[in-house]
Design a protein around this ligand. Structure first.
Ligand SMILES: N[C@@H](CCC(=O)N[C@@H](CS)C(=O)NCC(=O)O)C(=O)O
Length: 207
């Protein structure tokens, strides 16, 4: 059985969505963010030393880091769904988008979140943050173009990784100028499996 260590309002929502797309059985172990600090409870550190979400346990195999979890689950349970064939032209773009989401696009979002708390003290950082936000989200919007998905013509793990970044960006008001990404996000959120993941996950205030 796959256990998802799920923190409310967090990246572990990606994994619930993915497992719903895969039609795979799973159980959820729930963790609640601290009402004041918004941090994860210490009990998550018993699961993985970083104390971050998501972490899964698949019959004794623990996997942390959402990109790694997405890749692991799709390789193990995908049955040719949700990733392109390794010898296809779509495979390298798939790897790029899968890793780009957390590796690059999330950085201006997280920095915006943290610097908002500094008020005027963050003023010297804002021009760079704003230009990096335009850079990354402009890139995402341009590369998506008129397509339905980031890779090929059906949903892949890359879309699942990117969607959370867009939700986090939207919750901070960063996504409004990017109409193509807003429409893409609405399409992802309209998927039945996405909705089932939200139902199972509980509180989710992002996006
Ligand atoms: N890059 C990691 C980020 C993990 C991460 O920072 N998770 C957040 C939730 S979205 C978390 O656990 N925050 C609670 C805390 O830091 O206490 C991933 O994609 O898994």
């Amino acid at each position: 059985m796959i256990t998802v260590h799920h923190l409310n309002n967090s990246r572990s929502q990606r994994i619930l969505w993915l497992l719903e797309e895969l039609g795979q059985d799973y159980e959820i172990k729930r963790y609640q963010r601290d009402a004041t600090t918004n941090l994860a409870p210490d009990s998550l550190k018993a699961v993985h030393p970083l104390g971050k979400s998501p972490v899964i346990n698949d019959n004794g195999v623990a996997v942390a880091e959402s990109g790694a979890i997405v890749e692991y689950l799709i390789r193990k349970y995908g049955r040719d769904k949700l990733m392109p064939a390794e010898d296809s032209a779509d495979f390298v773009p798939y790897l790029h988008w899968l890793h780009y989401a957390e590796g690059s696009a999330m950085l201006p979002v997280m920095l915006t979140l943290y610097t908002m708390r500094l008020g005027d003290a963050a003023a010297p950082l804002r021009p760079r943050l704003e230009s990096e936000t335009r850079n990354h989200f402009g890139y995402l919007e341009h590369e998506l173009g008129t397509r339905d998905f980031f890779v090929g013509d059906c949903l892949t793990g890359a879309d699942i990784q990117i969607t959370f970044v867009l939700e986090a960006a939207k919750s901070l008001g960063l996504l409004t100028p990017f109409k193509g990404l807003m429409a893409y996000l609405a399409r992802m959120q309209a998927r039945d499996a996405y909705k089932r993941g939200i139902e199972r996950g509980g509180q989710y205030d992002l996006g």
